[in-house]
Design a protein around this ligand. Sequence first.
Ligand code: B12
Length: 463
Amino acid sequence: MLRIALVEPKASSAFNIYSLIRMPRLALPLLGTILSKAGYKVKVFCEDLMPFDWRELLQYDLVGISAITCTVNRAYQLMAFLERHRPNLPKIIGGPHVSELPEEALSFGADVVVRSEGEKKILPIVQAIAEGQELTGIPGISYLNNGQYVHADDAPNLTDADLDNNPFPHFSLIHGHERIHQTPIETSRGCPYRCKFCHVSRQFGPVLHLRSVESVLSEIEWQRPESVFFVADNFFANPDYGLKLLEGMIRRELRPLRGNQAQMRVGDAQEERVRMMKEAGFEWVFLGLESINPESLKELRKQQKIEEMIRGLGVFRKYEIKAHGMFMTGADSDHIKDIRAIPAFAAKYGITTLQMLILTPLPGTTLFEELDQNGRITSRNWALYTGHEAVFKPAQMSARRLRFETTLAMLRFYVGPPGLKLLRFGPGNYLTVASSFLAQEFKRRFNQPLKVSSPKTSRRVRL
Ligand code: B12
């Protein structure tokens, strides 16, 4: 039986705040479990979770790689390394970036590119490779045949029933799995919204697909997680479903040891829902708030009103659920004053932790197409597509100013008078590490020390 290594590379750039988060995407644990149930010997490596020596991979018979845009350069470096040391080692790659640009991945040495979802494709591909057969007849993949690109027809997206048929991912396949901080458990795929910057509906389709509540509850019972990160782009995309899941968690007493986490739309924060989230052990919500400039929200096709944001944040405060507010800067309607206003808004309405990223045109999104058509994309170095860099020409300011204002505004929220930040977050806390990380990066980038925040924008965070 083939020995298969599956690798999620870390981001290619030196500075990426997400490298501090110890949670894999679900792709590889899920596909690894499917392969291991079919009898293959599988190991999963996530570089951000546990560094490892690439030479280890040379003892495997096949390597599968999962990448997003900001990790894909490193994925290509890894493929080049493998090619150099084991020229005939088959390499399969998947994920949202290569789904859009399969020819790029093939030109960098992939043998097969899996576009969109992987569950129904992985076994036929591995079997074909193991038996030296042609890859013809497998939908949704791309490969080279006699130097020609072959793009098989798209495969249909997984249905609700297909999601139920997926095995529960075996996280123990992951090298360093003990370090996983939140256990990702999937509830849905696909998204009915059309935000210009988001890639989800391209990867999983425009229709929401739900796993059954029963399947999710059984997985929580089976995984026995200390804390769950619910993998869904919007926990209440189907409100009845969200409520049934919460009811089930409460009824079966599936409260975690540490708090649960979910992404949701702030407008969906109605009292009864949030009360039940609290009862079911939710500690954090991740909110794609994006902007406090109504023009920018409209431009980005984010269907959300400022009043909804204020109201929803109030409900989270009332039930003491911590809100991680995620904003993006640099929409054409964003002026410098709009960026500067964000930390004060976040402090005023009780956002617990603030994330400010620069708008990033991910390949395949409407944002990418529009900027590209207007010649405004300034770099296709994917290592810069982290949200920490401006890779396009902003409308209202220079790219450098956009980076400067965004980094400074985010820091202002966290870094109070010198010395206080440790008191605020406690030594060793993720946020302490993250804010020092940001402060160092600020000094490095702009060659000037950080100005102390005003009392209006700094707030104490109890974690
Ligand atoms: C959890 C999550 C995170 C977590 C942890 C992720 C991590 N380890 O990188 C956190 C919060 C840290 C995070 C951070 C970021 N994220 Co994120 N994240 C997600 C989220 C919500 C779920 C991921 C997941 O598990 N999905 C479910 C699994 C089953 O899907 P999947 O991984 O795509 O895998 C399937 C297929 O793609 C395919 N496949 C994938 N890989 C492979 C490999 C092989 C060999 C095969 C055969 C198939 C295959 O098969 C899988 C099963 O069908 C997704 C949105 C989403 N719904 O997917 C965004 C998403 C992946 N993130 C995204 C981005 C951009 C980021 C950030 C840059 C922040 C930002 N600007 O928004 C950072 C960068 C992180 C990094 N690694 O450096 C984008 C990526 C798009 C892109 N082209 O790059 C997504 C799609 C969100 C979006 N709105 O567009 N993220």
